[in-house]
Ligand binder design. Structure first.
Ligand code: ADP
Ligand code: MG
Length: 725
C-alpha cells in the first residue's frame, strides 16, 4: 500500500465516528445537568459529616490549611460518589508550564491479597500524587535524576468526573511542585497571588472603615475565540497539524470584508457542536453563557460567566479541552491558535477582571455615594499605577510564538500596553490631578469626599476595541491574552501588580494619617499622585494608529513587539522584586519560567520551520514542477503544430519555482545551525533567521498557488477551509 493509501485509511478510521450533523444529544434542561459531574459544595454537604464539611469549607473560603485527618474522610466520600458515577480511575490534574492540562491516571482497584481486588482511595492518595514528572519543562528547577514532582490537591477547586464511553475518571485538580516545594506549574503562583492581592485589598477596605470583611478575591471571565475547520482539511494540511496554523495559503477571494459572518446565523453543524459542548461544560459546572460568530469566517466565540480567578482558570483549561474533543465528534477541528490563517482575523482570549467579595461586592463598581466612589477610584487608581509600572510584565505574560502573529497586527490590541478609561472616568481623574489636596475647591477640581462626584460610568457606553486594557463599566478587560493561552499567567500578573499598588496606596494613606492628615485628604493626595505619575498610561484613542506608536514612545511606554523582546521583562530587577516581595514566585521559580518560555518559543518556531520545509519540498514544489512540465509539454506540441506560444505563465511558474527552490535551500541551511546557543540567543535566532526564511518560502509558494492548475494543487485552500463547515 502506498503512503497515501495508508494515510487515507487512517483518516477514514478517525473520521468514522463523527456524529451526523445535528446528532441529538438530548435536550435535558441545563438546570438539571448543571454541575452533575462535580463534587461540589452541595454534594460535599450531603455526603460529609458536619465537622469535616466545615473544615473543608474553611480551607476553600479562607485558605486554612487542610487538616490531614479530614482528608481520609473526604477521600472515602469522594470515592463512593465517583464509583456511583461510573468512575473506574482517578487522575490528578495539573497545569504544567506548557500551558496545557496534564493528567496522571490511576485505577481505584488494588489487589485484595486473595486474588480479587478492592476499590481503594486513601486520604493521602487524594492529597498527594507523584507523577513521573521528568518530562515536563521546569527550566532547571529539577534535575532529571531527581525527577520527583508532587501534585497536591487544590481544595479550592472542585473534583469532577470526566466521561468516556468506556468508563469515567475522577479528576482531582492539583498544584504541581518539586520535592523542594518550588512551583512547577501555573496554578501555584495563581493561588499565591490571589492571597497576596486579597490581603492588600483588605487593608484598603479597613481604611475605608470596613472591618467585617470576608476574603477579597479576584474574578475572571474569559472570552474564548476559536476557529473550526472540517477535519478532512486538517489531515490534508501537515502544516496545520504540526503547528496549529497554516504556514502556506494564498488569500481567499472572499474574506471578511463584508462583515457578514460576525453575529450572523450560526451554521447548523456548528450550532449542534456548540450545544453539545455547552452540555458537557454544564455537567462540569462551567457556566457557558454566550456564543456567537466572530469576525472571520469559520471563527466563533464562547464566554462563560465570570468566576473566582482560580476556578475560572481551571474551567478555562477544561473548556479548551472540551471544545477540541466535542468538535472532533462532529468531524471538525477546533483551532485555538491565535493566527491559524494569515491575513484573517486572529483569535484572542479577553480576560475580564474584577475584584471583590460577598460583603462589598464588586470593588470596581462605581458606587452611589461619594464615599463609595472614592473607594472605587482607589481601586481604579491601583490598576492604572500597576499597568503603568508593570506594562512590560503584562506584555510578557501574553508572549508566545503564536500570539506574536496577532499582537500588534491590525486587528488585535497593539503590543503597547495602555489603559482605556472612557471619557467620563478619564475626565474624573483629570480633575483629580488638578485638585490639590486642600479643602478648597477651585473651578474644575474635585475634592474626594467633599464633592459629590459626577455620575460615574456604570454602563460601558463608549467601547474602545483597540485598547489592550480597557475599563468596561465594572471591570477591566485585558485583551492581549491569546486564544491558546492559559489565563493563569495574566491573572498572576494582574493579582500581583494589584497587590503592589494596593500596598502602596494603603501605606501612603496610613502614613499621611499618621502625620495628622484627614482621611479624605490623604485619599485625595494619593489619587492625585498616582494620576500625575502614572496617567501617561491612559490612552483613549485609536490603539491601531501609527500616531499612537509615536506618541506612546514619547510617553515612555514600552513597545515590545515580539516574544523575544517581551520575555526578558521576566528577568528584570523590578519584576523579580515584585514577585519575591509578595511571595508569588521566588527568584529561582521566576528564572525557571523565563527559561521555559524562551525554550518553548524557539521550539515552536523550529517545529514550524521544519514543517514549512517539509511541505514546501515534498508537496508544493512537486506540484509546481508537474505543472511546469505540463505547460512545457503543451507549449512544445503547440509549437510543433506551428502555433505562436505565449510563455508568460510558464515563465512565471519557472521563476517562482526557482525562488521556492532557493528558499528551501536557505531554510534547510538555517535549520542546520549549531544549537549550542543560550536560550535567548536561540529564540532570537528563531525569530530573526527561521521566521524570515519561512517567509521567503511562503511568498513563492503562495504565488504559485495562484498559478498552478487547481487539479494539481495539493493543499486545501483558504477558501475551502474557511467556508466549508
Ligand atoms: P463582550 O464580548 O461584550 O466584551 P461577553 O459577554 O462576550 O462581553 O463577555 C464578557 C465576559 O466578562 C463574560 O465572561 C462575563 O462573565 C465577564 N464579566 C462580567 N462582569 C464581570 C466582572 N465583574 N468581573 C469579571 N468578569 C466579568
Ligand atoms: Mg464577547
Amino acid at each position: 500500500m502506498t503512503g497515501q493509501a495508508t494515510r487515507q485509511r487512517a483518516i477514514d478510521a478517525v473520521t468514522a465516528y463523527v456524529t451526523p450533523n445535528g446528532g441529538a444529544v438530548g435536550t435535558d434542561a441545563p438546570g438539571e445537568i448543571f454541575g452533575q459531574n462535580v463534587f461540589s459544595r452541595s454534594v460535599m454537604q450531603k455526603r460529609l459529616p458536619k465537622t469535616v464539611f466545615a473544615s473543608v469549607l474553611a480551607t476553600i473560603e479562607h485558605g486554612d490549611r487542610l487538616d490531614h485527618t479530614v482528608a481520609d474522610v473526604v477521600a472515602s466520600a469522594m470515592k463512593d460518589w465517583a464509583l456511583e458515577k461510573g468512575a473506574t480511575h482517578y487522575a490528578h490534574v495539573f497545569y504544567p508550564l506548557t500551558g496545557l492540562t496534564a493528567e496522571k491516571h490511576d485505577s481505584f482497584l488494588e489487589p485484595d491479597g486473595s486474588g480479587g481486588s478492592i476499590a481503594e482511595f486513601a486520604g493521602k492518595t487524594l492529597v498527594q500524587g507523584e507523577p513521573d514528572a521528568s518530562s515536563f519543562p521546569n527550566g532547571g528547577l529539577r534535575q532529571t535524576f531527581e525527577a520527583r514532582g508532587y501534585t497536591a490537591w487544590d481544595v479550592t477547586s472542585p473534583a469532577y468526573i470526566l466521561e468516556n464511553p468506556n468508563g469515567n475518571t475522577l479528576c482531582i485538580p492539583t498544584v504541581f511542585i518539586s520535592w523542594t516545594g518550588e512551583a512547577l506549574d501555573k496554578k501555584t503562583p495563581l493561588l499565591r497571588s490571589q492571597q497576596a492581592m486579597g490581603a492588600q485589598a483588605k487593608r484598603i477596605l479597613s481604611l475605608f472603615g470596613h472591618d467585617e470583611i470576608s476574603t477579597v478575591s479576584s474574578f475572571a471571565g474569559a472570552e474564548q475565540e476559536y476557529f473550526l475547520v472540517d477535519r478532512h482539511f486538517l489531515f490534508a494540511r501537515p502544516d496545520l497539524m504540526a503547528s496549529g496554523r497554516t504556514l502556506f495559503g494564498a488569500p481567499s477571494p472572499k474574506g471578511q470584508e463584508f462583515d457578514d459572518h460576525y453575529f450572523g446565523a450560526i451554521p447548523e453543524r456548528v450550532l449542534a457542536f456548540m450545544l453539545e459542548a455547552e452540555q458537557e461544560l454544564f455537567k462540569l459546572g462551567i457556566p457557558a453563557k454566550t456564543r456567537h460568530n466572530e469576525v472571520a469566517p469559520g471563527q466563533f466565540e464562547i464566554a462563560p460567566v465570570f468566576e473566582k480567578a482560580n476556578i475560572a482558570t481551571d474551567h478555562q483549561q477544561l473548556l479548551m479541552v472540551t471544545l477540541r474533543k466535542v468538535a472532533q465528534a462532529y468531524g471538525m477541528e477546533c483551532l485555538l491558535h491565535e493566527k491559524p490563517f494569515a491575513g484573517v482575523n486572529g483569535s484572542g482570549k479577553h480576560v475580564n477582571f474584577s475584584l471583590g467579595n460577598a460583603t462589598q461586592g464588586n470593588l470596581l463598581n462605581p458606587g452611589d455615594t461619594p464615599h463609595e466612589n472614592a473607594q472605587f477610584l482607589v481601586f481604579c487608581a491601583a490598576v492604572i499605577r500597576g499597568v503603568h509600572l508593570y506594562g512590560g510584565l503584562l506584555r510578557s505574560v501574553v508572549a508566545s510564538a503564536s500570539n506574536d502573529h496577532r499582537l500588534g497586527a491590525n486587528e488585535a490590541p497593539p503590543a503597547i500596553i495602555s489603559i482605556f478609561l472612557g471619557d467620563q472616568l478619564a475626565d474624573v481623574f483629570d480633575q483629580i490631578a488638578k485638585g490639590g489636596a486642600t479643602a478648597s475647591r477651585e473651578k474644575g477640581t474635585l475634592i474626594i469626599g467633599v464633592d459629590t462626584l459626577p455620575e460615574l460610568p456604570s454602563d460601558p457606553g463608549d467601547r474602545n476595541r483597540t485598547s489592550p486594557f480597557a475599563f468596561t463599566g465594572n471591570r477591566f478587560e485585558f485583551r492581549a491574552p491569546g486564544s491558546a493561552q492559559s489565563i493563569a499567567g495574566p491573572m498572576v500578573a494582574i493579582n500581583t501588580i494589584m497587590a503592589d499598588s494596593l500596598d502602596f496606596i494603603a501605606t501612603e494613606i496610613e502614613s499621611a494619617m499618621a502625620d495628622g492628615a484627614e482621611f479624605n485628604v490623604a485619599v485625595q493626595k494619593v489619587l492625585e499622585g498616582i494620576i500625575t505619575d502614572h496617567g501617561s498610561v491612559v490612552f483613549n484613542g485609536d490603539g491601531y494608529s501609527d500616531d499612537w506608536q509615536v506618541e506612546a514612545a514619547a510617553r515612555g511606554l514600552k513597545n515590545l513587539r515580539t516574544t523575544v523582546d517581551a520575555l526578558p521583562e521576566l528577568d528584570s530587577p523590578e519584576v523579580r522584586d515584585l514577585f519575591a516581595r509578595y511571595g508569588v514566585l521566588n527568584e529561582r521559580e521566576l528564572a525557571s519560567r523565563y527559561e521555559v518560555y524562551l525554550e518553548h518559543y524557539h521550539l515552536s518556531v523550529a517545529v514550524e520551520a521544519k514543517s514549512s520545509l517539509e511541505v514546501a519540498k515534498t508537496i508544493i514544489l512537486p506540484a509546481a514542477l508537474r505543472y511546469q512540465g505540463e505547460l512545457a509539454a503543451g507549449h512544445a506540441s503547440l509549437k510543433a503544430l506551428g502555433y505562436d506560444v505565449d510563455t508568460t505563465l510558464l515563465d512565471a511558474v519557472l521563476a517562482h519555482a526557482a525562488q521556492l527552490t532557493d528558499g528551501i535551500a536557505a531554510l534547510e541551511s538555517a535549520l542546520a545551525h549549531d544549537t549550542a546557543l543560550g536560550s535567548l540567543e536561540e529564540a532570537t535566532y528563531a525569530r530573526d533567521v527561521l521566521l524570515e526564511a519561512m517567509g521567503e518560502i511562503r511568498q513563492a509558494a503562495d504565488l504559485l498557488e495562484t498559478m498552478v492548475a487547481d487539479d494539481l494543487w495539493p493543499l486545501p485552500t483558504y477558501q475551502e477551509m474557511l467556508f466549508i463547515l
